[in-house]
Design a protein around this ligand. Sequence first.
Ligand SMILES: Nc1ncnc2c1ncn2[C@@H]1O[C@H](COP(=O)(O)OP(=O)(O)OP(=O)(O)O)[C@@H](O)[C@H]1O
Length: 248
Amino acid sequence: MLHAGASGTLEVRIDEKRFRSAEGGAVTAVAGLDFSVPAGDFACLIGPSGCGKSTTLRILLGLDGDFTGHVKLPAAGARTGVMFQEPRLLPWRTVEDNVRLMLPPARRGTDLGPLFAELDLTEARTRFPQELSLGMERRVALARALAVEPDLLVLDEPLVSLDDMTAARLRRLIATAAAVRGVTVLMVTHNVREALEMADRLILLAPRPTRVIGEERLERPRGDRPAVWIDSIRADLARRYPGTISED
Ligand SMILES: Nc1ncnc2c1ncn2[C@@H]1O[C@H](COP(=O)(O)OP(=O)(O)OP(=O)(O)O)[C@@H](O)[C@H]1O
């Protein structure tokens, strides 16, 4: 069943997030980071390695409460679907069970056939994670994130380490699933071309301690973004945000 989509804006303000370093000192990972994502928008967080992207996601997912600032989800009681880089499937459960277990008890009997069909997983329902390729595991992880009918979909590098064809297929599945549901998406990626193909807005981050250094709204419709356009926007961004986006 398709969900009507998010009802409000995601607001994230992290005044400060510190970790204790191995030497016992303090490492400030995030300082003065502030962004919002309007309902139904597909936003990509782009920043240099180690700047604090995963830390930011952990905070907004409620997995780390040790920070100063404020996070407002799109709606009271908003459902969040999450897809990490590692699929994190239970190896002793079938694909179907891995997805079904995400559902609240009252919805465990839901017909998941349409969702499996949408992600081309019908044949894989009875298989176990170790029988799957990485691309299929990621599709199962996407199914798990979508099964909860999320208001907010959070994706942490969902396409990394996939070959070009598999990545392109998953990219299309994610973009289509997000569009038909009208769900708000926040995706972390290192791959600027990928972001330029999928996103409505880019949120550019500074090196650690991270904060927002720029936001770019992509007006050109998804699906009408040829490689030549992507390359020229990428080159322009690399000129304007040299510490965040490399030239090549
Ligand atoms: N538990 C921790 N203890 C100490 N330092 C940490 C901890 N977690 C993260 N850090 C530090 O905080 C900074 C931000 O880490 P984070 O994983 O959020 O970066 P990232 O942007 O997601 O990195 P990458 O792009 O490599 O995935 C890094 O310098 C990291 O070493």
